[in-house]
Design a protein around this ligand. Structure first.
Ligand code: ZN
Length: 242
């Protein structure tokens, strides 16, 4: 259903007026840096991936958020996006193995590494080059996965998210899991690990991220989404008509 010739679809002013009358003129996205008030009509399912220019698929958004969102899906309206976060050696990959559906797509740096450097344990690698390749593979895949229009399950293992990424993921209603592990346990597990892993662990604990904190952010976001007639549970009913 891709429409590659044109990225944006103009929304007729009468339809935008209807969107405001039905759902209000607050920005529905609430991404970091949101200016609050709608200045554009944004497609919930992006037009480029087949979203209709109709009232149920439109909400008001500020220009900043519309541009920052850049056609990423609202989780459940297209791909359902799950994110697993946590310090090194907290069992993130094992958690995905135990939880993800068999047909899920999984993006996990610890599994990209052996794919790109199968001999890494025995052969000396140029670590800067490998690091570049790993980052590119991760980012390229990530950027596609968060825009998939198909109703697939996507799992992303994100070891060190930034506060802005976390805010984006809450806004786009990702299913978020925090693997909680005390800094003492992590230090014990990493006692023979390299300095890079140790540094990552220290950085993780500066985030102060807990499941309870994420759940509170998500509960507040669900209230906002419901107020503009959107929630993951509604997506299933709406898909058939899109
Ligand atoms: Zn906004």
């Amino acid at each position: 259903m891709a429409r590659p010739t044109k990225r944006r679809q103009a929304v007729p002013p009468e339809l935008s007026a209807q969107v405001i009358a039905t759902y209000g003129n607050d920005c529905w996205l609430q991404l970091p840096g949101c200016t609050g008030k709608g200045t554009t009509s944004d497609h919930i399912v992006p037009w480029i991936t087949g979203g209709a220019t109709t009232l149920p698929n439109l909400r008001r958004a500020c220009t900043h958020c519309n541009s920052r969102r850049s056609d990423r899906v609202l989780s459940g309206y297209g791909a359902t996006v799950h994110v697993v976060m946590g310090p090194p050696a907290a069992g993130k990959s094992a958690y995905v193995d135990a939880t993800a559906s068999p047909d899920a797509i999984v993006l996990d740096m610890s599994r990209l590494l052996p794919a790109l450097a199968p001999q890494v344990a025995t052969v000396h690698m140029n670590s800067a080059a490998l690091s570049t390749a790993l980052s590119a593979a991760w980012a390229g895949t990530y950027n596609r996965l968060v825009r998939l229009p198909q109703p697939v399950d996507v799992w992303i293992v994100a070891s060190l998210p930034t506060p802005a990424q976390i805010a984006d993921w809450v806004a786009l209603d990702y299913d978020m899991h925090v693997m909680e592990q005390s800094s003492i346990t992590t230090a014990e597990k990493l006692s023979n690990s390299d300095e890079m892993n140790q540094a990552r662990a220290r950085q993780w604990y500066t985030l102060g991220l807990t499941q309870a904190h994420v759940d509170a952010l998500k509960a507040r976001r669900h209230t906002q989404l419901r107020s503009v007639g959107l929630m993951a549970s509604i997506a299933d009913e709406s898909k058939s008509s899109w």
